[in-house]
Design a protein around this ligand. Structure first.
Ligand code: ADP
Length: 552
């Protein structure tokens, strides 16, 4: 039985519609046929009674002239002999049965009396009963019916000597068209029911299809989604046509799918970034290691015999080792900052002191590069809860970059101002500037812009990533505005108390305000480079490969 019930919702819905329509039609048809049958039977009975009366009147019409001057029924309920002969004549009776009554006929003639209720009772006189069976073949559509009807003609008072008499006619088993009409109506009904069922099947299938389409789309979408097609969604057109519950379900599915896709995307991007990071780290380490190996091989050879050359190579090796150490330190800091393992030493100190000391440490490099370096500080103390060492590192990295990317004769201005959130630190230079296309990337790890080659050194691309991480940890924001050929301005906004900001580290501002004709980028997270105030990175020596400088 269970196997006969379809499993799909659509088929079940269709079947339910068809079953409902079938049930309604069957009940209606049964009632109609039943009522029609009763109606036809009533009609036929009425007609039979009418024919019985007709037969009675014919008998009376025949009886009266047949008796002549004698009474039809004399006292003592004696039927006139001539009348009896006429009425019982086979041809007459056959005429009555086959032509008039179309039924078996029983004729009773005799004395008639009326009861108090008005009913006429005929008592058949001896020899006054005659019977005839219907022998004529039925006409088309006619058939025998087990019906019976009687009628009384009379009472008649035909002469002075006559007693009131009457004719009682009983008709039975007539020919009628009732069965045929009923069969016709039933066939018609059956055909109509079948047609209606077929229409119900088609309509049901269409309606069920329309009802279940969103569900099918949802099911298809979940299947494809389960198969790994994360971009798959229930089409909006299908959602629109569905009923509320399915619309909600489909919307929720799409929402969930969107979030899941986003999360998977994030995880993938993170995985790719980690791979890239590993590749970048390996690449960065290769340069100093290759230089060290070359120095060692040269020292092992003839170059080692000459003391001046030996000193030069040893110095070069020292610089490479310093670079390696610096790189390792930066990477360690960056990973600690990004993983949140590094706890900030937050103090409610005067921010002026931190900035001033970081700028002082950069002064030697500024002088060497012949770039002006000035500092603007507010007159009153600016108490901001911060980690002086890490914020010093931020200032050091920003000033270091500004000096690195500003040509001789240029100027770097460091300005600290109170801000409605806490404080704002600005490092503005008149240097090479940053291309608008590069701005969104400068805070990424190991990202080095195209201007890096033109500048006096090419860094490692870790400095701004460290800055961003530190600023993030302070729940601050960093923003950059730049115009190629005119310079760049990095602004760091720090809050009064990072602990009061619930969701620290706070993310980036979605883009800064571009300077006229320039571009801007903003970010909120940074990472540490060297220790506080790292001003000048170790510069490679002669053997270290060109004029590479490492900024922090
Ligand atoms: P690095 O300076 O070691 O290359 P950073 O992370 O400090 O790495 O900087 C990333 C890139 O951002 C640099 O390579 C440079 O292209 C660009 N940049 C940073 N600061 C400046 C600046 N003041 N002027 C111009 N370009 C800058």
């Amino acid at each position: 039985m269970g196997r006969l019930v379809p499993r799909s919702f659509r088929a079940r819905l269709t079947l339910t519609v068809v079953a409902l329509v079938a049930a309604v039609l069957l009940v209606v048809s049964a009632i109609v046929v039943n009522r029609l049958d009763a109606y036809f039977a009533e009609q036929e009975e009425g007609a039979l009674t009418a024919r019985a009366l007709e037969v009675g009147s014919i008998v009376a019409v025949v009886a009266v002239p047949a008796s002549g001057v004698d009474p039809v029924v004399e006292a003592g309920n004696t039927l006139n002999a001539t009348v009896a002969d006429r009425v019982s004549a086979a041809s007459f009776l056959s005429f009555l049965a086959n032509a008039v009554a179309k039924a078996d006929v029983t004729v009773e003639i005799g004395g008639a009396s009326r009861t108090s209720s008005g009913t006429v009772i005929v008592t058949a006189a001896p020899g006054g009963t005659a019977r005839a069976a219907l022998t004529a073949p039925p006409e088309v559509r006619e058939s025998r019916e087990t019906l019976r009807a009687s009628a009384v003609f009379g009472p008649v008072q035909s002469g002075e000597l006559s007693i009131p008499w009457g004719v009682k006619v009983t008709l039975s088993n007539p020919y009628t068209t009732r069965a045929y009409t009923l069969a016709t109506v039933t066939t018609l009904l059956a055909v109509t029911v079948l047609g209606a069922l077929l229409a119900a099947l088609v309509m049901g299938a269409l309606i069920a299809g329309r009802f279940t389409r969103p569900l099918r789309r949802l099911s298809e979408a979940t299947h494809r989604f389960g198969g790994g097609d994360l971009a798959n969604r229930v089409p909006a057109a299908d959602i629109g046509t569905a009923y509320t519950e399915v619309t909600d379900l489909a919307r929720q599915f799409n929402l969930m799918a969107g979030r899941l896709e986003e999360s998977v995307g994030l995880v993938r991007r993170d995985r790719d970034r980690s791979r890239e990071f590993l590749a970048d780290v390996s690449h960065e380490l290769r340069t100093p290691i290759a230089a060290l190996r070359m120095n060692t091989e040269l020292l092992q050879g003839q170059a080692g015999d000459d003391s001046a050359t030996r000193r030069e190579f040893l110095e070069s090796s020292r610089v490479q080792l310093e670079r390696l150490d610096w790189l390792a330190q930066n990477l360690l800091d960056l990973s600690k900052l990004e993983s949140g393992l590094l706890a900030l030493d937050l103090r409610p100190d005067d921010l002026r002191t931190t900035v001033e000391s970081a700028v002082e440490q950069a002064e030697a490099a500024a002088r060497r590069r012949e770039v002006g370096l000035s500092l603007e500080l507010p007159e009153s103390p600016l108490r901001i809860r911060h980690d002086p060492q890490r914020i010093g590192q931020v200032v050091g990295n920003l000033v270091g970059n500004a000096l690195k990317f500003t040509p001789r004769g240029g100027h770097v201005l460091v300005a600290l101002r109170p801000h409605r959130d806490g404080a704002q630190l600005e490092v503005a230079d008149t240097g090479v500037g940053i291309d608008a296309a590069e701005l969104p990337h400068i805070f990424e790890r190991f990202y080095r812009g195209s201007s890096a080659n033109e500048a006096r050194g090419s860094g490692s691309g870790l400095g701004l990533a460290i800055v961003k991480s530190i600023v993030d940890m302070h729940a601050g924001r960093i923003n950059v505005e730049s115009r190629v050929g005119h310079g760049s301005t990095f602004s760091v906004t720090l809050v009064r108390d990072p602990r009061a900001v619930s969701s620290a580290p706070v993310g980036a501002e979605p883009g800064g305000t571009p300077a006229p004709g320039g571009a801007s980028a903003a970010s909120g997270a940074g990472t540490a480079g060297e220790a506080a105030g790292a001003a000048e990175p170790p510069t490679s020596g002669a053997a270290g490969g060109g004029d590479m400088a490492i900024s922090s």
